[in-house]
Design a protein around this ligand. Structure first.
Ligand code: SAM
Length: 223
């Protein structure tokens, strides 16, 4: 794979849709989850961010206050216009020195080996072509780089995963395309990463259909 053209980056970003209403409702929707543990998870995860850092699908910027001050560079991306507006506003308010690119995970406007750390939190449930996105993360990470993630994944409890399968379509319709039954960890591993899970939470951080929530680090497997 090679660096996508500017036209391809724009084409892929334009495929991600969202409304002003859902962008404004995002923080209130997550308020309880953040208070009851998600915010702490962001803190713990991002304490490991180092070097040049790139965040995918940064949304309204709920990670911004959790980045350690000693990272060398922070590049934020968000394809959806309404969330991007809120992200830029929050970045300005926090005074964080960050660059912004409008891009989707399937086509990242960077050369190979550009970053030491890639961050994605609660993103891979929504990405349209997740395998292509995993390949892009691998491409832009330097050798020895790390991908820090928090994702909600398919439950391994059969009764819950059956409910996730049954409600997948209506849930996606109300939750901006979020797929509650994705086997995201298996997909990351199949894309050539070694995954270390640091936490698995099945508590009330998110609605039951969007649990468990896992945090961890994925490192490219070298052959
Ligand atoms: C559930 S929100 C998570 C936002 C933020 N990362 C957080 O932790 O709060 C999912 C985000 O992924 C973005 N997104 C959707 N499809 C995407 C894609 N193909 N590539 C990158 N980001 C995408 C959405 O616009 C949204 O901001």
């Amino acid at each position: 794979m090679s660096t996508p053209s500017a036209a391809e980056v724009e084409r892929q970003a334009d495929r991600v849709h969202g409304s002003g209403l859902s962008a404004r409702l995002y923080d209130p929707f997550l308020w309880w989850g953040e208070k009851s543990g998600l915010s702490k998870k962001r803190d713990r995860l991002l304490a490991d961010a180092r070097g040049e850092v790139f965040e995918i699908g940064a949304g309204t910027g709920l990670n911004l206050s959790h980045y350690p001050p000693d990272i060398e560079r922070l590049v934020l991306s968000e394809p959806e216009h309404h969330k991007a507006d809120l992200l830029l506003k929050r970045a300005a308010e926090t005074g964080l020195d960050a660059q912004f690119v409008r891009a989707s995970a399937e086509a990242l406007p960077f050369d190979d080996d550009s970053f030491d750390t890639v961050v994605a939190t609660l993103v891979f449930c929504t990405v349209g072509e997740p395998e292509a996105a995993v390949a892009e993360v691998k491409r832009v990470l330097r050798p020895g780089g790390q991908w820090l993630f928090i994702e909600h994944i398919r439950s391994d409890r059969p009764m819950v995963s059956r409910i996730q399968d049954g409600l997948a379509r209506p849930w996606a319709a109300v939750a901006d395309g979020c797929q509650c039954n994705r086997r995201t960890i298996e997909m990351i591993e199949a894309g050539g990463f070694e995954v270390e899970l640091t936490s698995v939470a099945d508590k009330a951080l998110m609605p039951p259909i969007a649990r468990p929530i896992v945090s961890g680090t994925a490192r490219p497997v070298t052959v």
